[in-house]
Design a protein around this ligand. Structure first.
Ligand SMILES: NC(=O)c1ccc[n+]([C@@H]2O[C@H](COP(=O)([O-])OP(=O)(O)OC[C@H]3O[C@@H](n4cnc5c(N)ncnc54)[C@H](O)[C@@H]3O)[C@@H](O)[C@H]2O)c1
Length: 383
């Protein structure tokens, strides 16, 4: 079977981890090139906070290092680029690879501005390559269970949904400075919204069309531009409402929660807190034995992962198997010669752009503002 030559840009914790899991766990992938504008990330031992881990060069002796991304694209003869640069600078790397018809697996969020959304959309339209949005949370087993219940009609039509992502990231500010709030990026963390919106939008046909968002401001740390907690309310044209809370500065237990109220039932995933393990539950008016909230024995591990022909240990390494699942379905699409990725540019923008508009709404003290997408007739690159 054909071998796919893989290069990675961004050799921080995530780039290293993903290169390891993907090249060990997915068949027919060969890691050949790596790029970071900081050569220490390739040549020096890697600071994991509590230990110095082997350098990238030691982990991947056959991989060629490039300091310059354009040079890597020019010289490494890549089939796939994995983009693992800081969260606010993915687009330029994706656009350049797509322009050369190199497939892309990009981490999230998809874009950091409306002009970037336009550039990515256009690049996707004119490229023969596909871009897979690395929307990790869409790879979790309980999300697949929610999608399955929805497809079977057991939840009916979604009416109201919730998502929250709580994670005190202060301990990561030094090692990954892009995570530290600043006056230059005042919309953080609501702009880091794909983990919350991705799973919910996967069962919603309509796009989100309006948003109002508020912030607590920086009450805990006083860091300029900091937002301890941001809450957004999104609506579709027909009135489906999503409440979304993001907090990266807090003293609360970390995790992702989701709830879906449908016309025929409801679903919830509540993350583990203290002694309480995570719960995945649903109820349905359509199923005689499930009219009370019913616990499902489904956690993060993707459904059906045991049936894959791949290294299970490596697959399970990334977010309980979610990253491995996304790579698995991406590679399936490539092997079959599909034209678009299972989670492509459109899906990525659907789950990214609402957060940019939410940040703008928070800047305007919670004003309700319309959300537009590059495929809309009234699309514009300003708010
Ligand atoms: N999907 C998930 O669940 C998940 C989890 C963690 C991180 N992430 C994403 O992974 C990405 C990387 O996160 P991280 O924790 O590894 O951050 P990091 O800061 O450790 O790594 C980013 C790397 O990119 C390099 N870089 C910056 N600009 C560059 C340029 N112009 N050219 C080449 N290299 C450049 C930096 O030197 C750094 O080594 C982020 O986008 C983040 O959102 C996703």
């Amino acid at each position: 079977m054909r071998e796919f030559r893989l290069g990675c840009v961004g050799l921080g914790g995530r780039g290293r981890g993903m290169m390891e899991w993907v090249s060990n766990g997915i068949d027919n992938i060969k890691a050949v090139a790596a790029c970071d504008n900081d050569p220490d990330k390739f040549y020096k031992p890697f600071d994991e906070g509590n230990r110095l881990a082997p350098s990238f060069q030691e982990l991947f002796p056959g991989v060629q290092y490039f300091r310059d991304y354009d040079e890597m694209l020019e010289k490494a003869d890549l089939d796939i680029v994995m983009v693992e640069t800081p969260a606010n600078c993915h687009t330029e790397f994706c656009v350049k690879a797509l322009a050369r018809n190199i497939h892309v697996y990009s981490d999230i969020p998809s874009v950091a501005s409306l002009p970037e959304a336009e550039a990515l959309w256009k690049a996707g339209q004119s490229s023969e390559a596909m871009l897979m949005t690395g929307a990790t949370t869409c790879g979790w087993g309980f999300v697949h269970a929610m999608q399955d219940l929805y497809k079977q009609g057991l939840l009916g039509k979604a009416v109201y949904m919730e998502a929250e992502y709580i994670h005190d990231c202060r301990c990561l500010w030094e090692r990954t400075p892009w995570r530290k709030p600043s006056a230059e990026k005042p919309g953080y963390p609501i702009t880091y919204c794909t983990h919350s919106l991705g799973p919910l939008l996967s069962i919603l046909e309509e796009d989100l069309k309006t948003v109002c968002c508020v912030s607590t401001g920086s009450l805990t740390t006083g860091v300029p531009g900091g937002n301890d907690v941001m809450c957004a309310l999104y609506q579709t044209q027909s009135g489906v409402t999503i409440r979304h809370t993001n907090s990266f500065i807090n003293c609360a237990p970390a995790g992702h929660s989701y709830r879906v109220f449908g016309t025929e039932g409801c679903f919830e995933r509540l993350y583990a807190r203290g002694q309480d393990k995570g719960h995945t539950r649903f109820r349905s008016e359509k199923l005689y034995a499930a009219t009370n909230m019913t616990e499902l024995d489904v956690d993060e591990k993707p459904l059906n992962v045991d049936k894959w022909t791949c290294d299970q240990q490596a697959i399970n390494a990334g977010h309980g198997g979610a990253d491995g699942y996304l790579w698995h379905i991406f590679m399936e699409a490539l092997r079959k010669g599909e034209k678009t990725a299972p989670i492509g540019i459109r899906e990525g923008l659907r789950m990214t752009l609402p957060g940019l508009y939410a940040a703008e709404s928070a800047k305007q003290n919670g004003k309700v503002i319309p959300i537009r997408y590059p495929w809309d007739e009234d699309w514009t690159t300003s708010f």
